[in-house]
Design a protein around this ligand. Structure first.
Ligand code: CMP
Length: 139
């Protein structure tokens, strides 16, 4: 089903490397409208909660360290078919496998430090947007 909204995070490596402007430009010039956006920090507790589906994976500790080491930018985006189109725009989780022209191909460092998040379903887009913009996020 085509939907209107998705949720993204520009992860700490994107901010550290000065890629905020180029990534946001790529997103908006691809037809996404920014509905809400903020630069913030994830707490360790918040990160564990946000990524709870990965809690038993061997990289979980690394993921928590990475996501809490600096600021992030949380964004709600709008476009027809937003979830699917945004996943296509960011590319595969592993930048080595990401297609030419995708954000991860251009700006990600590794499978762990992969620059950007994109919701994987309509349901998760709503949950993740709420998590970051409800005013009670992370707690
Ligand atoms: P994302 O797919 O947005 O959400 C889960 C994150 O876990 C993923 O991006 C990476 O940042 C991280 N991740 C996934 N697989 C690995 C891996 N094999 N090693 C390290 N980190 C990973």
């Amino acid at each position: 089903m085509a939907t209107n909204r998705t949720f993204t995070i520009l992860k700490p490596d994107s901010i550290e490397k000065g890629y905020i402007g180029v990534i946001l430009e790529k997103i908006t010039s691809s037809g996404f409208r920014i509905v809400a956006m903020k630069m913030t920090y994830l707490t360790r507790q918040g990160t564990r909660k946000f990524y709870k589906m990965h809690k038993d994976r061997p990289f979980f500790g690394e993921l928590v360290e990475y996501m809490t080491r600096g600021p992030i930018i949380a964004v709600i985006l709008e476009k027809d078919n937003a979830v699917e189109d945004f996943r296509a725009l960011i590319g595969a989780t592993n930048p080595e496998e990401a297609a030419e022209g995708t954000i991860r191909k251009a700006y990600a460092t590794s499978i762990g430090e992969n620059a950007i998040h994109g919701s994987d379903s309509d349901e998760n887009a709503e949950i993740e947007g709420e998590f970051h913009f409800s005013g009670r996020e992370q707690f």
